[in-house]
Design a binder for this molecule. Sequence first.
Ligand code: FES
Ligand code: FES
Length: 161
Amino acid sequence: MPQVSMTVNGKNVAGEIEGRTLRVDFLRENVGLTGTPVGCDTSQCGACLVHVDGKAVKACSIFAGEAEGAEIATIEGMGEADGTLDYVQQAFQDHHGLQCGFCTPGMVMSAHALLKENPKPSEAEIRHYLQGNICRCTGYHNIVKAIMVASGQDATGIAAE
Ligand code: FES
Ligand code: FES
């Protein structure tokens, strides 16, 4: 079987894969990072979103072999090793930006990617950016509010908590 190697959350990882192995399956099954869930497997829900060389990518939409040599960041790489949340995760917690939590890793990774390109997004820009991330529980308002707060902006009036 072919070998693949990449950097995941700053650590070098390598493994044998089948040609059809998706990147999300490699992360979950070979690397043991199960914080990236599979919601749809058809590139629609955004639950599996990770960063590849600094860009937001749905990890079910590409093969693991295409990641050879890439730098991947997953939800496990956010925050501190002692469990301290990063500022986006903290804002989600503080503003009730999650319920069941299934979409949350993808939402947080998407929010980080958005804030990297646009540090002060408007509410409309946040909603537009999150179009590829589906949440079945929250109605999105508190997710948008959390991202507004994470960006240091006033989120008053976006959602009732
Ligand atoms: Fe990848 Fe839904 S599992 S987009
Ligand atoms: Fe349940 Fe978003 S919190 S799917």
